[in-house]
Design a protein around this ligand. Structure first.
Ligand SMILES: [Zn+2]
Length: 283
């Protein structure tokens, strides 16, 4: 820009203004009633409509005021939305960062009935060693599905269990933890494989396949260890995640096509116990 002015004014613009303001297009029409650009079309006189396009004020006068107000309001909303995106107000990063086809389905439709977590022929008892949970026995390779719609909290795809160490954190082998839309955490372990699309933050619907039943971790036979718990810290709290209330009454209900809700009992357990910082039953 400095050189531009040092050598004198640029040749185009001063010349343009020296001779007076540029003729406006509508003056071409108004001066003699003819448009030099389109002589045959406008021979009879100036066209009544086209010049209006170049007169913004006149155009706005013709637009109803409510249309202008709605347009202004939409502009404000758009700008606010863009600002919200830029600072991350609109959604938790956990769910916003992972897009899954089932996400919108689970978010917009009311949850259906709960689904028994293991397909096919199963057996299970009403006891479990150490703490409340249920071991659902079924043939190796049976499909495991989501009991309820919700968001995946944790997935462990690597079997790190070592019998010599026998740590509670790795005893489950391959596992999936799901936070149901009802507020209940549904946990299953000893999978032989977990579906590729099952990742933390992904939405699932009731009945969506999660993986394949197996015997990873501390498991002598193929079965699904099934636990119900409050979400608490959502991840890492294996001593809560593995189970806090007896699942079998609910499993009986879901297997019969009914929809018994574990949330009241979960809320009662949470009211009585909170979220313990260490295992209540050793180990
Ligand atoms: Zn178990």
């Amino acid at each position: 820009m400095a050189n531009y002015y040092r050598d004198g004014p640029p040749p185009e613009r001063p010349t343009y203004h020296r001779d007076g303001p540029p003729p406006e297009r509508r003056h071409i029409y108004d001066r003699d009633g003819r448009s030099p650009a389109r002589p045959t079309h406008h021979r009879a006189g100036p066209p009544p409509q086209r010049p209006m396009r170049y007169r913004l004020g006149s155009t706005l006068d013709r637009v109803p005021r409510w249309v202008l107000l709605v347009g202004a309001a939409l502009s404000v909303v758009l700008v606010a939305t863009i600002i919200g995106w830029s600072v991350g107000w609109t959604a938790p990063a956990e769910t916003a960062s992972i897009i899954d086809p089932s996400e919108s389905r689970g978010a917009t439709e009311p949850p259906g009935p709960r689904v028994f977590p293991v397909l096919g022929d199963v057996t299970y008892g009403r006891t479990h060693h150490g703490y409340p949970a249920t071991d659902i026995l079924a043939p190796c390779g049976t499909v495991v599905v989501a009991v309820y719609s919700g968001v995946i909290l944790e997935v462990n795809r690597v079997d790190r269990y070592n019998p010599a160490v026998n740590e509670g954190s790795s005893r489950g082998g391959l596992s999936v933890s799901l936070l149901g839309d009802d507020g209940v955490r549904y946990y299953g372990s000893h999978y032989s494989a977990i579906n590729d699309n099952i990742q933390p933050g992904v939405r699932v619907a009731a009945g969506d396949p999660l993986g394949i039943l197996g015997r990873t971790g501390d498991a002598a036979a193929c079965h699904l260890h099934f636990g119900l718990s409050p979400p608490c810290s959502r991840e890492g709290d294996w001593w809560i995640r593995r189970g806090t209330i007896w699942p079998w009454p609910y499993l009986d209900s879901w297997r019969a096509g009914e929809n018994k809700d574990p949330l009241p009992e979960i809320l009662q357990w949470h009211a009585d116990n909170g979220c313990p910082a260490v295992p209540q039953v050793e180990p």
